[in-house]
Design a binder for this molecule. Sequence first.
Ligand code: HEC
Length: 280
Amino acid sequence: MPRWFLTPLLALSAVLASAQDGKLLYEQNCAACHLPDQMVVGPSLIEITKLYDKKPKEFVAWAIKPLKKRNGVIEMPSMAHLGEANLLAVHEYMLTASKGLKEKPAVTKDPLARPARRPEIQRMFLPNVGPAAIAVALPGDLNYTFDAGDCRLRTVWRGDFLDCWAYYKSNGKATATPLGTTLWQLPADESLQKRVKFLGYSVDAAGLPTFEYERDGAQFREKIVTEGKTLVRRFEVTTTKPVTFTLDPATTCSSGTVLNNTLTLTPAEAKSFTLTLRLL
Ligand code: HEC
């Protein structure tokens, strides 16, 4: 694997491991197959809690090297790429997440056929975006990837979300496949990667992420939502200097000055503005 592949991956893992709790790790890595109160692709968190309540070491051992145990289910893919500390955090979260819940009748599903729970956030290794991709299924039928390497919206597609199977089966080395129709995309920008620092993201009550990052000393908060046929990127930027963006033809801005595709916002304008992406 070339070095540039690994560097953003390791940097992202470090940021996420420190900023992130077991809940987020569970949602990104396990919730596709494990629900709190129902067997779907894999057993419920109620069942997992019964098996592993006081056994964190055995839990981690399973997640690193799952066995073939039950009949009529797929083999669980190894989660070794998450590392022991993250898996312990997931263990702690799983024990609390099923408290007071009652087991519902099982629905065993093919993970390939599983529709996205919208909104849904998946940290993934994606073609054209790379290892630092955070894929989001928005309510409705739009999906996007945010690249935590250059801290930018990179692709938007309509329709089904992701086929993650190749990713799961390869311990996070192969790429997942976006489904549906690509509506918009930007190439990676290596010069940008040197100027940005991804700080992580928080999730609001509706399940939508707000990304936080630094670029040239300015602090960015960005939340991406749908409004009709457009994708709206809501920004809050704290800065002492003007900030600039290169605009593509599909994007318009709520304030600032545009000259030759370059948008410039004063610190006052940058405090709160939106970029709107027109989609077909
Ligand atoms: C692609 C689907 C999938 C994903 C993703 C997944 N699992 Fe599983 N998991 C399964 C299946 C299927 C089983 C049951 C396997 C069997 O019994 O043969 C299982 C079983 C388990 C068990 C029960 C082990 C036992 O002794 O019975 C634990 C614990 C577990 N998974 C933890 C995790 C954790 C932690 C994650 C996320 C870091 C995760 N799983 C992600 C599919 C998945």
